[in-house]
Design a protein around this ligand. Structure first.
Ligand code: GRF
Length: 196
């Protein structure tokens, strides 16, 4: 035991947030240990990024299971076996079901590329641009049974860049990579204090 909070990062895509968190843990900016990376998309780039580290990567495809419940039960067995305390979603493109929520109540965190409750769900940046907003942003929140609806922990604004999705996504990612580690650090610190 090294006293660090044990987290699992769930990702379905590029994994730049995973990489930023992994770096923050190594640099001592985030007092946590990424015990494993879980992906539902074995071909996603996050697997490549995780391979550059010595973090265990688990690829579990829901279609390999008879039900969402069975998929989440298999996940829980792995998470509990590794002693995972918090689940950190970083571009994980699936709704968390009741089985996993019950196993990790108020212990699943998500990052979303908009100022919630505006633009929940898929392609939040595209939705913001289509709506013509000039400022969008990033939200870190606890996960509940809804789509991007749980209690908000932190938000930061980001200017929409020339109505351009790629440039705006780049600006959003830069903010995400700072906001996520800072929010998790204060979450874990306040938990450690309340346990003491
Ligand atoms: C991020 O914009 C995050 O807010 C959203 O999915 C994206 C994941 O990016 N949930 P990456 O895979 O971490 O690069």
């Amino acid at each position: 035991m090294n006293g660090k909070t044990k987290i699992a990062v769930f990702a379905s895509g590029s994994g730049s947030n995973f990489e930023a968190l992994e770096f923050a843990c190594r640099e001592g900016e985030l007092d946590a240990e990424i015990t494993l990376v879980m992906t539902d998309k074995p071909a996603s780039f996050v697997v490549e990024r995780a391979r550059q580290t010595d973090i265990r990567t688990v690829a579990l495809e829901p279609k390999a299971f008879p039900s969402k419940q069975a998929f989440e039960e298999a996940l829980i067995a792995i998470l509990q076996d590794e002693g995972v305390e918090w689940i950190v979603l970083a571009g994980y493109m699936r709704l968390i079901g009741p089985t996993l929520l019950a196993a990790y109540p108020s212990r699943i965190v998500n990052i979303h590329p908009s100022l919630l409750p505006s633009f929940p769900g898929k392609d939040a940046i595209g939705q913001a641009i289509a709506h013509g907003v000039k400022v969008t942003g990033v939200t870190v929140h606890l996960v509940d049974e809804g789509m991007d609806t749980g209690p908000i922990l932190a938000q930061a604004p980001v200017q929409v860049v020339d109505g351009n999705p790629e440039l705006t996504a780049k600006a959003i990612h830069a903010v995400e990579h700072v906001l996520y580690k800072e929010t998790l650090q204060s979450l874990f610190t306040s938990e450690t204090k309340s346990k003491a």
